[in-house]
Ligand binder design. Structure first.
Ligand code: ADP
Ligand code: MG
Length: 695
């Protein structure tokens, strides 16, 4: 090894022997700049090359690792570049074929006589055993052979020009040279209690384990650290929030009583329970920090209205933030209907208001003349001020990030915070994303709701679908027809929706009233159309996805989704949630054209199979993975280095318990036993946690 400043984890990889500028550049493309980066760059998987499957024993339908010598090559014939490139392999037991689609380049890489180790899915094709699209490695006999064969061999994600073997050899040298000196970050007590291996050995075994058990213990330890750093950060945020001085709101409850008396229904048991939790939070002297979860249509709005009235009666202002203009407008209408009879005026604040009007409303807010405001993210813009903000409500929270909800809260002096979401998520994800919030769940729909009948149809059934729509409308119901973002450009997209609405109005349903709603309409136009639809004057509302969340018109019983294959799963579930809000049997028709991708097929199958938002969320999570599902960037949380939320759910629970215990004993991690942990935490959360830095 060349002379290095200190043999520390911060050593740039380019200082290592055998890493020239070119290799360093390739490594940096994988995000690897330092020794530490490399140590935490855990393999995609390990191949058990102590147990290579003999070629004769390969079973179709399974994935296997095997090895063989190339005895024949068949490149695709000229002019048929889409045919697979295949090679015939032989080992002591027999023969098998390996084949790659798009493998034309292999002609320059593979030759007769080479020995390959392959890993891939086995199939039978025209009677022969074929290893499909395998990962492969050319095995040469060399001095570091023990790394590449005869053991659990790590397989890394590589990049152009960085061969698997070269990367593995480099990793071996790094692991060998540095893991002995990796400092421990966990307090001894935690390690002992959770039976965790040391960080150094864990890093070594995560790359080059001697046994499966060692690999398992290593992964466990690394995942634990990932989760612990996340949960510690969340626990600190939460502990700060509960230690902060808030506003204890204990009004007599006159407004709440009057609103409840005015409702045409009684609250469900679940609504009563969560309202009680919220009421108690708001009465306490520390700020509420609560997530209200409930499937679409479970009745979250009315619970929010009760919270708003409590703040207002206590003499404070309340703000309700929604992710879209249409939803903000609708909420404003709903809140007006509910609150104005009680003498509580409601104001709307969105960016599509004329600037004069907006300025006037801002001034009224700042002067404290407006007790309740409903709006979009326009609420958190600079210049919006409240005189006495006591309650911040964020609806459809999954559309916002941590930063926006913090900004709304920041408009007041520790106001109570209630965030609501209709994207029910598995518990592990909830702990990760909302670990700093208390959670209330409405796990019951209002009585009389019936499951929505969901069907998938193709273009061939269009006329029957129209006939069905007509029948529902004749029976007094209403329908939505939704168009996705089809074109690259919003203008073209709008044109598709406009043309379709025109076609429906003029050719298909000339005797009915068809309305068109899209994001480009001005406030008054949108407002007028929504009002007319709510009043039953519009029979069919053709719309772009602007109605996706929140919209509530109980008389609508049919949701027809055009190009359903283009929507994400949670989007489809939200759209479906626009119907089935009244006592009538409701339908969701997913019109999907052409050939579907595997994923689209699974999304549509999930919709027709399940009505339950939790089940839908689980499938969505499986299909997209946690990163995409909630977009870590959007959520504003630090990324995991090695942990996998789906695989490691149990470890997450353990880490959470430890994080809470640590923060309960030492809220800002000042104790000497927590010094290393604190450094790790600051590094992982970067600016987001702003721990008061110790002297
Ligand atoms: P979401 O939870 O999706 O936001 P909403 O708050 O929009 O649901 O409520 C859906 C519909 O259910 C609304 O029309 C609302 O008036 C109605 N609703 C809410 N609570 C009840 C209840 N306890 N009984 C009957 N209907 C209710
Ligand atoms: Mg809602």
């Amino acid at each position: 090894m060349k002379q290095t400043p200190a043999p520390g984890l911060g050593t740039p990889l380019q200082y290592l022997k055998g890493v020239g500028p070119r290799r360093a550049e390739q490594l940096s493309r994988k995000g690897l700049a330092t020794v530490e980066d490399a140590l935490f760059f855990v393999p995609l998987r390990h191949e058990d090359r102590t147990r290579l499957t003999p070629l004769r024993a390969l079973q179709p339908g399974q994935a296997a690792t095997c090895s063989g010598t190339i005895v024949g090559l068949s490149p695709p014939p000229p002019g048929r570049s889409r045919a697979p490139f295949s090679v015939l392999l032989r080992d002591a037991s027999g023969y098998a074929t390996a084949s790659w689609f798009g493998g034309g380049y292999l002609a320059r890489v593979l030759e007769r006589g080479q020995r390959l180790v392959l890993h891939g899915k086995i199939a039978r094709y025209k009677g022969a055993i074929v290893i499909q699209q395998p990962d492969y490695e050319i095995v040469e006999t060399g001095e570091d052979d023990r790394l590449h064969t005869g053991r659990l061999v790590p397989v890394y994600s590589t990049t152009e020009g960085l061969p698997q073997r070269a990367l593995r050899s480099l990793m071996w040298r790094i692991v060998d040279a540095f893991t002995r000196d990796v400092p421990e970050v966990l307090p001894d007590a935690v390690r002992a209690r959770r039976r965790l291996v040391g960080l150094g050995p864990a890093l070594r075994d995560a790359h080059f384990p001697e046994t499966d058990a060692a690999l398992g213990a290593a992964r466990h330890r690394l995942a634990f650290d990932d989760f612990l750093l996340l949960q510690l950060g969340l626990a600190i945020l939460r502990s700060r929030a509960t230690r902060a001085r808030g506003i204890a709101m204990n009004p007599r409850g006159e407004l709440v009583r009057r609103l409840r008396a005015s409702l045409p229904y009684t609250l469900t048991g679940a609504q009563e329970r969560v309202w009680e939790e919220i009421r108690r939070d708001m009465a306490a002297p520390s700020p509420m920090h609560r997530l209200l979860q409930g499937d679409v249509g479970s009745g979250k709005t009315i619970v929010a209205a009760l919270a708003v009235l409590t703040a207002v009666e206590a003499g404070y202002q309340a703000a309700v933030m929604a992710p879209t203009e249409i939803l903000a407008e609708q909420h404003c209408m709903t809140f007006r209907q509910l609150l104005e009879p009680l003498g509580v005026p409601v104001t709307l604040l969105t960016s599509s208001l004329a600037s004069r009007e907006r300025a006037a409303r801002r001034a009224a807010l700042a002067a404290g003349e407006v007790p309740c405001v409903v709006g979009t993210h326009a609420l958190v813009q600079e210049g919006v001020e409240f005189r006495r903000l006591g309650l911040a409500v964020v609806d459809e929270q999954h559309r916002f990030g941590v930063a926006q909800r913090a900004r709304l809260k920041g408009k007041g002096d520790n106001p109570h915070l209630l965030v609501m979401t209709a994207t029910p998520i598995p518990r592990t994800l909830a702990l990760t994303l909302y670990g700093d919030l208390d959670v209330s769940v409405i796990d019951e729909l209002p009585p009389g709701r019936r499951p929505i009948v969901t069907v998938a149809r193709t273009e061939a059934k269009r006329r029957e679908i129209y006939t069905f729509l007509r029948g529902e409308i004749a029976a007094g119901r209403q329908a939505y027809v939704v168009y996705p973002l089809v074109e690259e450009s919003e203008a073209l997209d709008l044109k598709a929706a406009t043309d379709m609405a025109k076609h429906l109005a003029e050719d298909v349903f000339p005797d009915l009233t068809v309305g068109l709603l899209h994001g480009r309409l001005g406030f008054d136009e949108k407002d007028a159309i929504m009002r007319r639809f709510k009043a039953g004057e519009i029979h069919i509302l053709a719309s772009t996805t602007v109605i996706e969340v929140g919209i509530d018109v109980p008389n609508a019983s049919v949701m027809l989704v055009e190009h359903a294959e283009r929507f994400g799963l949670s989007q489809l579930h939200q759209l479906r949630g626009r119907v089935g809000r009244g006592p009538w049997k409701s339908y969701c028709v997913l019109l999907a054209g052409g050939r579907l991708t595997e994923e689209a097929r699974r999304r549509i199958d999930a919709m027709t199979a399940a009505n339950d938002g939790f089940r839908i969320a689980e499938v969505d999570l499986e299909l997209r993975g946690p990163g995409e599902f909630f977009g870590t960037r959007q959520s504003g949380l630090p990324e995991f280095r090695t942990a996998d939320l789906l695989r490691d759910a149990r470890i997450l629970e353990e880490a959470r318990v430890e994080a809470q215990a640590i923060v309960a004993a030492d809220p800002e991690l000042r104790g000497p036993a927590h010094r290393a942990l604190r450094a790790g935490l600051l590094a992982r959360w970067r600016g987001k946690l702003a721990l008061a830095s110790a002297g």
